[in-house]
Design a protein around this ligand. Structure first.
Ligand code: NAD
Length: 483
């Protein structure tokens, strides 16, 4: 890999401050989704290695939680500075293993770093509370303490940000962590570990275990010393890990799948809605949990929106993330490409019209032509499940009540978007949408200062913002008597 600092490309796991192979010596290949080239190997670790990592995190906890917040903040700030300093190499690693365009990868590195900076500040503000006592002889207090060893399991679609959104608050709170990144995109995680090490974060505080998901996840969920599991990924795997964590009553945070509606009302600024739709749908080639998955367009503006949107989609430049001005990279693997094509075919069998795309992409491989389907009817699978690809289904609606009913008709509740210029409607619709996050006249909502998370089967807990650190803290009530 062509890096300014080649030592950021690590092919071993990181446990207790040491770079290690799997105990079994087994490895997994990591592939560039754009070219199919094998980028290298990572250790295929299992239960034995994971137990070692949990032990390292347990031993490191005592000292780490005793360090004053101010000092933890200084170390995290150094980690942030190093991530920013090496952002171009980190972006290159990400583009090679994940496929997203280089500019987008660098944007993700900045976004990832922002969580470290934000929580380095927030850890100085985990204030306790004095509660007025109901009796004269007692004083009541609440203090906040780190929950302990945390396990994190993360997906491939945001190989850096999904890690720092967890490691930032966990380490800031005084917890230690064992991370299992996705096997498709481990090199971003390992480069972050290398920089954490350079920043002076002590051995055992941040450990990265790569390899067999079920074996590693089995130990992380069953181990009594792991007090918290934080997971980002599919609802299906989240449900399984929550069930596995029940035995040891772990605190669980889940950032799961979405099925975001994108509603355009007839009073909307249509060109702005088109731009918002492009951003919300085609970023990361449509492989985003908050991606607009279903477009509901009011009948009297449907033709106008469809025409302008289709034109913009057909101009999107597809190619390797390393190419100049590329806007849409490859999908993560051939399985994802097949799934997207099946969803398109299913919608067509339900009477949808092809407005753009649905043709094999000339580049072949994992590249998919950005596609717009018109008049998609109820029952089409792509309105019910995450598409995770560059396909936009358009559906007509007649009035506000119908739009809200259609938008809420899903098991998911992560992000929703709508465009309207009517202030009263903006309040009504914002309050009626059963989602954790609502974009109003914008297609981009994520940042480190706002609470990110879903309702219904999209998850539990919030990441980022002033609330994000709470998931890594326990409240302790102190009652002093005898006054
Ligand atoms: P996934 O659920 O298949 O995998 C996520 C992680 O879980 C990976 O590290 C994987 O190796 C691991 N895993 C899989 N099976 C496991 C098992 N049995 N035990 C332990 N770990 C296991 O998801 P993915 O395909 O990597 O990512 C895409 C999904 O993530 C989408 O559903 C997307 O919506 C969701 N996502 C959600 C958010 C959010 O913030 N809500 C953000 C990004 C992605």
């Amino acid at each position: 890999m062509n890096l300014t600092d080649p030592t950021l490309f690590r092919q071993q796991a990181f446990i207790n401050g040491i770079w290690l192979d799997a105990n079994s010596r087994k490895t997994i290949d990591v592939t560039d989704p754009a070219s199919g080239e094998c980028l290298g190997q990572i250790p295929d670790m299992d239960e034995t290695d994971t137990l070692m990592a949990v032990d390292a995190a347990r031993l490191a906890l005592t000292n780490w939680k005793a360090i004053p917040a101010q000092q933890r903040a200084t170390l995290l700030r150094k980690w942030f500075d190093l991530i920013i300093e090496h952002r171009q190499d980190l972006a290159m690693i990400m583009t090679r293993e994940q496929g997203k365009p280089l500019a987008e990868a660098e944007g993700e590195i900045r976004y990832a770093a922002s969580f470290i900076e934000w929580f380095a500040e927030q850890c100085k503000r985990t204030n306790g509370e004095i509660i007025p006592s109901p009796t004269a002889d007692k004083r009541l207090m609440v203090i906040k303490q780190p929950i302990g060893v945390c396990a994190a399991i993360t997906p491939w679609n945001f190989p850096a940000a999904m890690i720092t959104r967890k490691a930032g608050p966990a380490l800031a709170a005084g917890c230690t962590m064992v991370l299992k990144p996705a096997s498709e995109t481990p090199y971003s995680a390992l480069a972050l570990a290398e920089l954490a090490n350079r920043a002076g974060i002590p051995a055992g505080v941040f450990n990265v275990v790569t390899g067999h998901p079920a074996a590693i996840g089995g130990v992380l969920t069953a181990h009594p010393e792991v007090r918290k599991l934080t997971f980002t990924g599919s609802t299906e795997v989240g449900r399984l890990l929550m069930r596995q964590s029940a035995e040891t009553i772990k605190k669980v945070s889940l950032e799961l799948g979405g099925n975001a509606p994108f509603i355009v009302f007839n009073d909307a600024d249509i060109p702005a809605a088109v731009e918002g739709a492009i951003a919300a749908k085609f970023r990361n080639a449509g492989q985003t949990c908050v991606c607009a998955n279903r477009f509901y367009i009011q009948r009297d503006i449907y033709d106008s929106f469809a025409e302008q949107f289709t034109l913009r989609v057909s101009q999107l430049k597809v190619g390797s993330g390393l190419g100049k001005d590329i806007q849409v990279g490859p999908l993560i693997n051939d399985k994802a490409v097949r799934k997207v094509q099946e969803l398109i075919d299913d919608a067509l069998s339900h009477g949808a019209q092809v407005l753009a795309g649905n043709s094999p992409h000339p580049l072949g491989g994992n590249f998919v032509t950005p596609t717009v389907l018109g008049h998609v009817s109820a029952g089409a699978k792509l309105l019910e499940q995450e598409i995770f690809g560059p396909v936009a289904p358009l559906v007509v609606f007649d009035d506000e009540a119908q739009a809200i009913q259609l938008a809420n008709n899903t098991i998911y509740g992560l992000a929703a978007y709508f465009y309207s210029k009517d202030p009263a409607r903006i309040w009504r619709v914002s309050e009626a949408l059963e989602y954790g996050m609502v974009g109003i006249n914008t297609g981009l909502i994520s940042n480190e200062v706002a609470p990110f998370g879903g309702v219904k089967q999209s998850g539990l807990g919030r990441e980022g913002s002033e609330y994000g650190i709470d998931d890594y803290l326990e409240l302790k009530y102190l009652c002093q008597g005898g006054l």
